[in-house]
Write a protein that binds this ligand. Structure first.
Ligand SMILES: [Zn+2]
Length: 476
């Protein structure tokens, strides 16, 4: 592709700047918060009608829960994966503008969804439109796929995957540049303790609980015990002398001893940034002798199996941080919720498995752990980690285009610790539109996107797509 085409695409996008802004404004005006299905569907229909007017083949499927906007024909299909639902406006007081009424100020758009992901939908749409309007050679199909439940449970996409033919490869403009071709997986695993043989011990645990969201390390963990308060205080004082970074206190309420561990809460994908109070409390309590019950077994499990967030005690430690020469990091796993129900106790672990860790492998490992710890385990949720080799030709096109058009920034192939829409489809990577970390403002008040950067991202998308569809070769 020659430079004139690249310049023409840029020119086309600049000439359409006002239309791009107007379309973003229109889409943001419909408050398509994931839980408000009528509004989400209304917003999707609005997008479909806009796309039809622009000359695309556009329709929705599954009762307006997925939108498909297509152009071109060929043996391969490139998928561009986006979503039209947005997260709620939790605190309107924190917004300087009306969240669903886009305000443009000094070249920056403010509003819920201007970045995540309505701005990206419009960007993708015009990236495709440029190829059409400039009559560029097209030998592949491009499918802009628009989900409606991305911010919640992906019910729409899970259904779509089962019933429709998926693109061969592609990207999701719902993250950051450069190319995120590796993404950790996601798993929640429950270990349920029920057994009790009431052996003698100095203390009895009557309650052990913490946390309420499986994807965050909680701030506090609490155990309620029966036993001698002076003895407990002496044990704790001695323990804290040795373990100076532990913050544990004892309160007494009638004959109940309340032991509280205070950690630092945080995202469970990055356990090194938080201090886990469940583990802190478990380690201390495990120095006591308990009358055995479900709760004391849960404490023992936490102390002996969950002490290390790389999963050494659970048998899931990844020996290498690399796979096929690419940096993958290691498995991380942390207890995030402890649920105390009558005589039972359940510890829920949140895991971010690396590529190479399989569901079958985890089942085998956890079966052993649960047998040894007198518990039953259940994998509540599992999303496989993803890895798309950087050698794939379509990724090379994306990498080269970014290097060329990103105003001096260099491409790289990065690892995502969280979960993006890339997990929904094969050979899909998260790619843009955010250029720098400090631009990341999804899900917060005053969500914004700079028009200049959005146009630059759109130019990159458009040229990369043009190069992919120009090629008659397979790019996978
Ligand atoms: Zn998003």
């Amino acid at each position: 592709m020659n430079n004139i085409v690249i310049e023409n695409i840029k020119k086309y996008l600049e000439e359409n700047k006002a239309n791009i802004v107007a379309d973003i404004k229109d889409l943001v005006k419909v408050p398509s918060v994931s839980e408000d299905l009528p509004k989400v569907k209304e917003c999707l229909r609005l997008l479909i009608s806009k796309a039809e007017k622009m000359g695309f083949n556009a329709h929705s499927v599954l009762d307006d829960s997925i939108g498909i906007i297509e152009m071109g024909e060929g043996t391969e299909t490139i998928g561009v994966l986006t979503h039209i639902d947005v997260v709620p406006v939790d605190d309107p007081e924190k917004w300087n503008t009306e969240p669903f009424d886009v305000v443009e100020k000094d070249g920056v758009l403010f509003g819920r969804g201007v970045l995540d992901d309505k701005g990206c939908i419009v960007s993708s749409l015009y990236a495709m439109q440029a190829l059409k309007e400039l009559n560029l050679p097209i030998n592949k199909k491009i499918q802009l796929i628009v989900g409606t439940q991305e911010e919640v449970e992906w019910t729409d996409m899970n259904q779509y995957i089962k019933e429709f033919k998926l693109p061969d490869y592609g990207f999701t403009p719902d993250g950051q540049f450069p190319i995120c071709n590796k993404e950790k997986g996601y798993a929640d695993i429950a270990f349920k303790f029920t057994s009790s043989n009431n052996q003698d011990g100095e203390f009895e645990v009557i309650n052990f609980s913490s946390g309420n969201a499986t994807n965050s390390v909680p701030a506090v963990a609490v155990a309620k015990l029966k036993g001698d308060v002076e003895k407990l205080q002496t044990m704790l004082d001695a323990y804290l002398k040795e373990n100076t970074d532990s913050k544990i206190t004892i309160n007494k309420n009638e004959d109940i001893l309340i032991v509280t561990a205070e950690g630092v809460s945080g995202h469970s994908a990055f356990p090194h940034l938080s201090v886990n109070p469940i583990v802190m409390l478990g380690k201390f309590l495990n120095t006591l002798t308990f009358k055995e019950n479900a709760k004391s077994n849960a404490i023992k499990f936490v102390a002996e199996n969950c002490y290390d967030y790389f999963g050494k005690g659970l048998g899931v430690y990844s020996e290498s941080e690399y796979f096929e020469g690419e940096y993958m990091h290691r498995n991380v796993i942390s207890p995030t919720v402890v649920k105390d129900e009558d005589s039972d106790c359940t510890v829920i672990l949140n895991m971010r498995p690396v590529y190479g860790t399989t569901l079958e492998g985890l089942e085998e490992t956890f079966a052993k752990v649960s047998a040894e710890s007198k518990s039953k385990y259940e994998i509540l949720d599992f999303l496989a980690p993803i890895f798309v080799s950087k050698e794939k030709p379509f990724l090379q096109i994306m990498a080269d285009t970014y290097d060329e058009l990103s105003d001096g920034l260099k491409n790289d192939f990065t690892l995502g610790h969280g979960t993006s829409y890339a997990k929904a489809m094969p050979n899909t990577v998260a790619w843009g539109p955010v250029f720098y970390d400090e631009d990341e403002c999804c899900h917060v008040a005053n969500e914004y996107i700079s028009l200049e950067k959005l146009l630059r991202a759109t130019h990159i998308y458009s040229v990369a797509l043009a190069r992919m569809v120009e090629s008659k070769d397979s790019l996978i």
